[in-house]
Every structure is written in structure tokens, then in C-alpha cells.
Design a protein around this ligand. Structure first.
Ligand SMILES: Nc1ncnc2c1ncn2[C@@H]1O[C@H](COP(=O)(O)OP(=O)(O)OP(=O)(O)O)[C@@H](O)[C@H]1O
Ligand SMILES: [Mg+2]
Length: 237
């Protein structure tokens, strides 16, 4: 497990064709914690995750890593909102996440087998990745995260296509994974109930700005912003 570190997001802006979609003055995220990233459609959740994952660049500002002398050594994993899969086997689809890891073939085999078992798709190991249903593809995408020992795990609505049984399983799996690896877990979700079950803290975005940030119970019980109250008005703790 890596010593504790902190990601400090500072004056981060993202614009598309002069339209500002993300405008975060300051946001601090600590390793070992689980954060739920909530907010309405188009509020900037995926954009923030993609910037943290290095998939897209910020227009201004950025992320400073504290407590880690070699920030480029941080192992960052990203599960995108839309699962992708290749036409070869599910097993190989997941094993790809360990390419360049230095693990032996048998170690990779053990990790993939175990991850497929955890997400409940062992029976699909030989199926073609591209033939999976939406929920199965999301389970496979999660297995790609679980096979790695990550310092930062970024998941974009990981259970959006999953049934309730799979959703509950994944929530437990993510908590176990964070406790085992000590990683920083940041999960975009639309469900306050999921935020409560998996997160210590909640970050809420509205029109690209952070409108709530704090202890999960505090935010869920006493949101301070109009957007926070609106989000929670459809749900009772
Ligand atoms: N490549 C792009 N080009 C132009 N606009 C974009 C692009 N990507 C995202 N946007 C816009 O940026 C805003 C934020 O998008 P983002 O995907 O981050 O929202 P979100 O909070 O993840 O929404 P959802 O809950 O629907 O997933 C949206 O208004 C979207 O239309
Ligand atoms: Mg999104």
C-alpha cells in the first residue's frame, strides 16, 4: 500500500467551443477515501473523471499531487461511462488491463479468474466481449479495475446498467477493494442511496461547479445548496 497522498484540484476549467462545462476553484481528494460524485445530467461529472484519468486535458488549471514524490508513478484506473469491449474473449478483454504490468502469465491468469469470479461472470470467460449484454459489459469493465492494484480508481456510473443484485454486489466489492488497496475511490453516481452506501464523502456538481462537498451523511442529511436539496428531495434517508 502506498503512503497517503492528496490530489488537489486547483482552478480547473474545461471549455468546449467557448462553453464552460467545468469550473472548479478548489477540490481536495485524499487517498483511502471513497467519494461519490453526484449531480444532474451534463453537470460535468464525466468531464472531471476524464481529466483526472488523463483522457482529456483541462483548458486551465490542473491537479497537484501532495505527499507523493513521483506523481507519475500513481496508478490510475478509469472505468468510463460507456463500457467498451473487443471481439475476443472476455478473459482476454480483462487480461489486457494487465499488459505491461510485469506479472507472469500465470499471475495474470489468476487475477483475471478471480476478478471474473468476484463480478459473477466466470461462466462468460470464453464468450466474445462484444457479445455481452449492457450489464455484463459493465461487470467486465469493473473486472478490468479489480485486476489492478490502483492508487486512484475512477468509476463513471459503474452500476448504471446493472440489476439490483449486481449493484449491491459491486458496492460491496468496491468497498473491499478500497480497504485492501488504500486507493482513492471516486465514483460518479445518480443514486443518493449508492452514495450513502459506498462513500465517506460526497462531491456535488451543478453546471460545472462544486455546490456541495463534505461528509456523506452531512451532505445527505443537510445539503447546504438549492441544488443539493433538489437532488435529495426525491429520496429520503
Ligand atoms: N466532447 C465534447 N464536446 C462538446 N461538449 C461536450 C463534450 N463532452 C462533454 N460536453 C458537454 O459538457 C457538459 C458536461 O458533460 P459531462 O459528460 O461531463 O456530464 P455528466 O455530469 O457526466 O452528465 P451525465 O449525468 O449525463 O453523464 C455537457 O453539457 C456536455 O454536453
Ligand atoms: Mg457522465
Amino acid at each position: 500500500m502506498r503512503p497517503p497522498f492528496r490530489l488537489s484540484i486547483e482552478k480547473l476549467k474545461k471549455t468546449y467551443a467557448e462553453r464552460m462545462v467545468l469550473d472548479i476553484d478548489e477540490l481536495v481528494l485524499d487517498s483511502g477515501h471513497a467519494y461519490a460524485l453526484v449531480g444532474p445530467n451534463g453537470s460535468g461529472k464525466s468531464t472531471l473523471l476524464k481529466i483526472l484519468a488523463g483522457a482529456i486535458d483541462a483548458s486551465e488549471g490542473g491537479v497537484v499531487v501532495h505527499g507523493e514524490s513521483n506523481p507519475e508513478e500513481l496508478r490510475v484506473g478509469f472505468m468510463p461511462q460507456k463500457s467498451y469491449s473487443f471481439g475476443f474473449s472476455v478473459f482476454r478483454n480483462v487480461a489486457l488491463a494487465l499488459e505491461g504490468s510485469g506479472l507472469t502469465r500465470s499471475e495474470i491468469g489468476e487475477r483475471v479468474t478471480s476478478a471474473l469470479d468476484i463480478v459473477g461472470i466466470s461462466d462468460l470467460a470464453d464468450a466474445r466481449g462484444s457479445s455481452l449484454s449492457g450489464g455484463e459489459a459493465q461487470r467486465m469493465a469493473l473486472a478490468r479495475i479489480l485486476v489492478r492494484d490502483l492508487d486512484v480508481a475512477l468509476l463513471d456510473e459503474p452500476t448504471a446498467s446493472m440489476d439490483i443484485t449486481a449493484t449491491m454486489l459491486v458496492e460491496d466489492v468496491l468497498t473491499e477493494y478500497r480497504e485492501k488497496t488504500g486507493c482513492l475511490l471516486l465514483v460518479a453516481t445518480h443514486a443518493p442511496s449508492q452514495a450513502r452506501r459506498i462513500a465517506n464523502s460526497i462531491v456535488m456538481l451543478s453546471e460545472g461547479k462544486v455546490v456541495e462537498c463534505g461528509d456523506a451523511q452531512d451532505v445527505l442529511l443537510q445539503p447546504t445548496s438549492a441544488q443539493g436539496r433538489e437532488f435529495l428531495s426525491y429520496w429520503s434517508v
